[in-house]
Write a protein that binds this ligand. Structure first.
Ligand code: FPP
Length: 241
């Protein structure tokens, strides 16, 4: 069906444009986020069908707290609803759920829900759905630096042994492959504090459509674009090496 497509092992998505999708229809922003959940459901199915191993979605950034309180409450409630309504089906389809981001500052009952979903699905291997919630890359790197500094201060770690690989193991994404493809919908072309370290060699694909309109067909278009890119990781083209 999708012959000739190179499939990234790890695709990450910045799901942008919910608000603009809603405004264009004269609807409240919350309607855009709700429609965004539907797009997310079909995207998870499509990712599994494409054979992608890791799908990371940016669902709430550390900066999103500055939105009006009602919108923040709505997004928190959507996450709860998503976990409540979808975890059983995701589990049945072999999806492993992992959550990255800062859990401090989240309500205890929400953290418990997230931990339960992770525990329930921990042995699944069809697709890893990595939900970035209360996530910010600078904050994640700062937490990692603090953890490493504490080990040095306690005499457990020699600063000479601090390598990129060691830093990797102190990130929320420890033991996950780095994203190969980073997609952003909604037409804007920036990274917005998402997976800064991990995206060092990711291919970026920007999609003009708003997130609620994202579907398997647009996903396939992004994969086609990804397939046409030549990844050199800082090296030379294969033929000129
Ligand atoms: C960006 O659109 C989207 C978000 C800030 C939230 C993304 C959330 C979802 C897709 C649904 C929630 C998913 C889970 C798992 C909780 P925007 O509001 O920035 O849109 P705009 O740029 O048009 O204003």
């Amino acid at each position: 069906m999708h012959t000739g497509l190179k499939i990234p092992r790890h695709a990450a998505i910045i799901m942008d444009g919910n608000g603009r999708w809603a405004s264009a229809r004269g609807l409240p922003r919350s309607a855009g986020h709700k429609a965004g959940i539907d797009a997310l459901r079909s995207t998870v199915r499509a990712a599994a069908d494409f054979g992608i191993e890791y799908l990371t979605i940016y669902s709430f950034s550390t900066e999103n707290w500055s939105r009006p309180r009602a919108e923040v409450m709505f997004l928190l409630e959507l996450l709860r609803r998503f976990i409540r309504q979808d975890v059983a089906e995701l589990h049945a389809s072999g999806v492993r759920i992992r959550v990255i981001g800062d859990r401090e500052g989240l309500e205890k009952s929400l953290v418990t829900m997230l931990e339960d979903a992770e525990a329930l699905t921990r042995n699944n291997s069809k697709l890893n759905l990595v939900v970035a919630f209360n996530y910010g890359s600078r904050q994640e790197l700062t937490r990692a630096a603090r953890l490493i500094a504490e080990k040095v201060a306690a005499g457990e770690l020699d600063p000479a042994h601090i390598t990129p690989e060691l830093l990797d193991t102190h990130l929320d994404t420890a033991h996950m492959p780095a994203p190969d493809l980073l997609i952003r919908t909604g037409g804007e072309e920036r990274i917005s504090n998402f997976l800064l370290w991990q995206s060092a060699y990711a291919e970026f694909v920007f999609i003009p459509e708003f997130w609620p309109d994202f579907n398997a067909e647009i996903f396939a278009r992004a994969l086609k674009e990804y397939s046409s890119r030549e990844r050199r990781f800082g090296g030379l083209k294969a033929q000129s090496a």
